[in-house]
Design a binder for this molecule. Sequence first.
Ligand code: GUN
Length: 298
Amino acid sequence: MAKIIDGKKIAAEIRGELKSSVSAIKEKTGVVPGIAVLLIGDNPASKVYVSMKEKACKELGIYSEKHLIDKTVTTEELIKKIEELNNSSKIHGVLVQLPLPDHVCEKDVLEAVSVDKDVDCFHPYNVGRMLIGNPAFLPCTPAGVQELLVRSGISPEGKNVVIIGRSNIVGKPLFSILCQKAKNANATVSMCHSRTKNLHEIASQADILIAAIGRPEFVKAGMVKPGAVVIDVGVNRVEDTSREKGYRLTGDVDFEAVKEKASAITPVPGGVGPMTIAMLMKNTVAACRRQLGMKEND
Ligand code: GUN
């Protein structure tokens, strides 16, 4: 049976380290790192994610502002709000929770976030820097996956990594991070998606298989090489009338079957999810340091 990678525990360790950094910044400069989170509309999953981000800020002593914005907002109005936050000295990170309502232009909104405050690493300038291996920030979920592997003693160096899913938030940046000629990377990375032929065959060659496709229990045991490491980025709500909420969360991996075949596996919840939040906190602290002209270990 696979080792269960405890993302909750590893994320708590990281938050503990960051709490000390936040205190040190306050002591040295009198400045409190701050983040503004914009939540547009009433997407139930987004509301949950945003409240988890707020909770983490509180725990670490990071100042946070939540801006609840009506779903009828125009692109121009949203950009104006972002520009206000870009200019606020209390705010070092600006995060626009996705997805946005259909009528809002996501591209224009993400490009409006100051590149120095782009703690999500969604601005094309920061995406480009990441691609050439000169990052200011790394996007939170992909960085969380890399950190989870490394802190679990699983090096991607020289491994066959297969990523299933090509989203801008997870699949594409994760590809770019893990194939870099850099420490904790240097993997041979393949990407599969909905149009991939022989997806099962490619997946079954992975030493590290990463599922980020957004389909409940898509990865079955037959797609996994014995002894592979399986990282499940999926968070899917599936109907479950036996639960009070009427749904349960499930990943992109058939956990019960795959755990019998893999050497290590992340659960959902409690795997990658908490790491995403920890990496957001890390980026916020890093953004604050940079804006104050402090060095990495000041
Ligand atoms: N929606 C789903 N994941 C994310 C994320 O990492 N950042 C933001 N801003 N929105 C998301």
